[in-house]
Design a protein around this ligand. Sequence first.
Ligand SMILES: NC(=O)c1ccc[n+]([C@@H]2O[C@H](COP(=O)([O-])OP(=O)(O)OC[C@H]3O[C@@H](n4cnc5c(N)ncnc54)[C@H](OP(=O)(O)O)[C@@H]3O)[C@@H](O)[C@H]2O)c1
Length: 217
Amino acid sequence: MNLAIIGATGNVGRKILEVLEKSEVAVDNLILVASKKSEGKKIFFKKKEFIIESLAEYDFSRAEFTIFAAGSEIAKEWVTIASKKTIVIDNSSFFRMEKDIPLVVPEVNASVLKEHNNIISNPNCSTIQMVLVLKPLHDKYRIKRVVVSTYQAVSGAGKVPMDELFSQSKDYLQGKKIISKNFTKQIAFNLIPHIDVFSKDGYTKEELKMINETKKF
Ligand SMILES: NC(=O)c1ccc[n+]([C@@H]2O[C@H](COP(=O)([O-])OP(=O)(O)OC[C@H]3O[C@@H](n4cnc5c(N)ncnc54)[C@H](OP(=O)(O)O)[C@@H]3O)[C@@H](O)[C@H]2O)c1
């Protein structure tokens, strides 16, 4: 199998590579893609060197499977184009609630994979963990209501916010002025009790993702 990863330099892309390295999935040809600014950078996978390619010039027919881990904006722009030439597994929220696109956690609903139009969507990270636990309970007892609290690391927001935590922590310890760019408040030595932006009904987008995606299973 030939496999391409779009967003290979990001948090999710690098985690996918880490998992693949330990897995028994045989990849004949791995293609690593990111933005223009990462073009030419090197990543090591199974002790072999891979050169990052730029998405703008990438030909999607080079791999049977393409994992997108580059966010909703990139998914919106490229996934449908890519799906004409490759089977796409998208990690962003962009396609999750689309009626004809399967939203899959293999341990929970792999059977829906029988029908897809080359786009398969992957739920929010908190949703995945939750439905894994809920599925056997629901099968046996039919769950009516779930009360959830999540405590999430800065890494969940991506590598740029993670860098902000690092540099802000340094500034904080050196008594320098704190500037927040990716969060609503100082994140260094702090805990912000909401994730993503608020919608009109008072829920945050992260909360709504968990509510709505879970109902699609
Ligand atoms: N972090 C999590 O725990 C988590 C969990 C589940 C799902 N997700 C979802 O997975 C997606 C990726 O998240 P992440 O945390 O990995 O983000 P991230 O760390 O910010 O990484 C983003 C990746 O997208 C690439 N990218 C950005 N702009 C691009 C462009 N114009 N063309 C091509 N590539 C581009 C980046 O490449 P450069 O390095 O070249 O900029 C990088 O490889 C998001 O949709 C997120 O919601 C994240």
